[in-house]
Design a binder for this molecule. Structure first.
Ligand SMILES: [Zn+2]
Length: 374
C-alpha cells in the first residue's frame, strides 16, 4: 500500500490535547476558541477567514452536508444547527486517534473529562498533571516550612495514574530560567512571599521564579516525562523567551535523570527543537496547535520537524482545546503531510518502502508509547 494511504488510516496517539467544550457555543465563543488570540477580530472580520477557518471550511464543511469551501456564514449557520455535542460525537471518531493524552490543567470545568473524551472518540485516555496547577491547588493547605514535602506528596497522589507532567514555565516566566535547583531555604522564602501575595490579592497564581523551578525539579524526581510549552501560544507569552534552546542547560542536567523532555508546539522554533532532539537522548518534539493555525502551510512545519530530529523522536499531537474541528483538522492534515513527505522520499528512491512504513508507525504511535512508557 502507498505510504500516503497508510498514513490516512494509521491509528494515532495524540500526545497533547484537552477536552472539548461541553455546552453550546455562541458565535463569539467559537471565534475565540478557533484562535490563540485573546480578542475577537476587528472590523467585523471572522477567524473563519484565517488559515484555520479556511482549513475548516475545506475539510469539515462537506461532513456537515455543505459544499467544500463554503462561505464563513454558511459554515457557522450549519454548525449552530448541528450543535457542539453532535459535532463532537461526529468528528472525534473520524480522527482515528486511539489514545488521547489529556492535559487537564486548563479551564477544566466546562470541558469533557478525559474519560468522556475517550468514550465519545472511541479511544482511551491517559492523563497529564500540570505542575503549576497542582501547586495552586495545594498551597492553601501548606506552609513555608512544610511546602517541599507537601508538594511532593500531593504530586505523587495526583500523578499516580498520570503518564506525565506539563510545565507552563514558558508562560509564567520564560524558558530562559535559571537551571539550578533551588535550595530548601530559597523555596521556604519563596513560599512565604507567594502566600503573602495570595493574601494580598486573593489570587492563586504561581509565577514566583524560584517556585516555578522547584516544581520542575520536583517533577524530575518523579521520573515521568515533562511536557514543556514551547514557542507560540496566547498573548500571555513573550515569544522571544520561548525558544527551547534557552533551556539547554536544564536539558543537559536532566539527561541521566530518567525524565524525558517533551517539547510541545515549538512554532516557530521547530528546527531548534529538532536540533535538541537530535543531540539529547531524552528530548522529543511535536508540532501540535501550530499545524492547525498554519493551516494550508502546515507541510513546511512538519517537514522541518523531521529534518534533523531522529525518526524516533517526533510525535503527533493536535493540542485541540474546545472545538472538535481542531481535533479533526489537526489529525487530517498531520496524516496527509507526513504521508506526502514519506511517500515523496520513497518515490525518489531516497527511502525504502519498509523504512517508510516503520517510521510512519513510530511517528503515529510508537514514539509516544516509548516516551511515555505506555
Ligand atoms: Zn495545550
Amino acid at each position: 500500500m502507498r505510504i500516503s494511504e497508510l498514513a490516512a488510516q494509521i491509528p494515532l496517539i495524540d500526545n497533547h490535547c484537552h477536552g472539548t467544550i461541553n455546552h453550546e457555543l455562541e458565535r463569539d465563543q467559537y471565534e475565540i476558541y478557533a484562535t490563540e488570540g485573546d480578542w475577537l477580530p476587528r472590523h467585523g472580520l471572522s477567524v473563519l477567514d484565517e488559515q484555520f477557518g479556511v482549513l475548516t471550511r475545506g475539510l469539515v464543511a462537506p461532513l456537515l452536508g455543505l459544499e467544500k469551501h463554503c462561505d464563513p456564514e454558511t459554515y457557522w449557520k450549519r454548525r449552530r444547527e448541528v450543535g457542539q455535542e453532535a459535532l463532537v460525537a461526529q468528528l472525534l471518531p473520524l480522527t482515528g486517534i486511539e489514545t488521547f493524552i489529556v492535559d487537564t490543567g486548563f479551564k477544566s470545568d466546562n470541558i469533557l473529562t478525559p474519560d468522556q473524551l475517550a468514550a465519545v472518540g472511541n479511544g482511551q485516555s491517559r492523563e497529564i498533571v500540570r505542575l503549576e496547577t497542582a501547586a495552586e491547588r495545594m498551597i492553601k493547605n501548606s506552609t513555608p516550612a512544610t511546602f517541599i514535602q507537601d508538594y511532593s506528596d500531593y504530586l505523587s497522589t495526583e500523578s499516580a495514574q498520570a503518564v506525565g507532567f506539563k510545565s507552563i514555565i514558558a508562560y509564567r516566566y520564560g524558558l530562559d530560567f535559571d537551571p539550578d535547583k533551588p535550595s530548601a531555604s530559597e523555596v521556604e522564602q519563596a513560599v512565604a512571599e507567594w502566600i503573602s501575595e495570595i493574601d494580598a490579592t486573593d489570587k492563586v497564581r504561581l509565577s514566583h521564579p524560584v517556585l516555578l523551578r522547584h516544581v520542575l525539579w520536583e517533577a524530575v524526581n518523579h521520573k515521568k516525562p515533562i511536557q514543556f510549552h514551547v514557542g507560540f501560544g496566547d498573548s500571555d507569552i513573550n515569544l522571544h523567551r520561548c525558544d527551547p534552546t534557552q533551556m539547554t542547560e536544564f536539558i543537559r542536567r536532566t539527561v541521566d535523570t530518567g525524565t524525558n523532555i517533551m517539547l510541545l508546539h515549538c512554532y516557530p522554533f521547530i528546527r531548534e527543537a529538532g536540533y535538541l532532539a537530535h543531540v539529547f537522548p531524552h528530548v522529543y518534539l511535536d508540532t501540535g496547535a501550530a499545524i492547525n493555525y498554519t493551516g494550508l502551510e502546515h507541510h513546511s512545519l512538519i517537514r522541518h520537524s523531521v529534518e534533523m530530529a531522529p525518526f524516533g523522536k517526533m510525535l503527533f499531537s493536535s493540542d485541540a482545546f474546545g472545538l472538535p474541528e481542531l481535533y479533526y483538522c489537526g489529525a487530517s492534515i498531520w496524516r496527509s503531510a507526513i504521508g506526502d513527505i514519506l511517500q515523496g522520499w520513497v518515490d525518489s528512491d531516497g527511502m525504502g518502502q519498509a523504512d517508510a512504513e516503520k517510521y510512519l508507525t513510530w511517528l503515529a504511535s510508537t514514539n509516544a508509547e516509548r516516551a511515555y512508557n505506555l
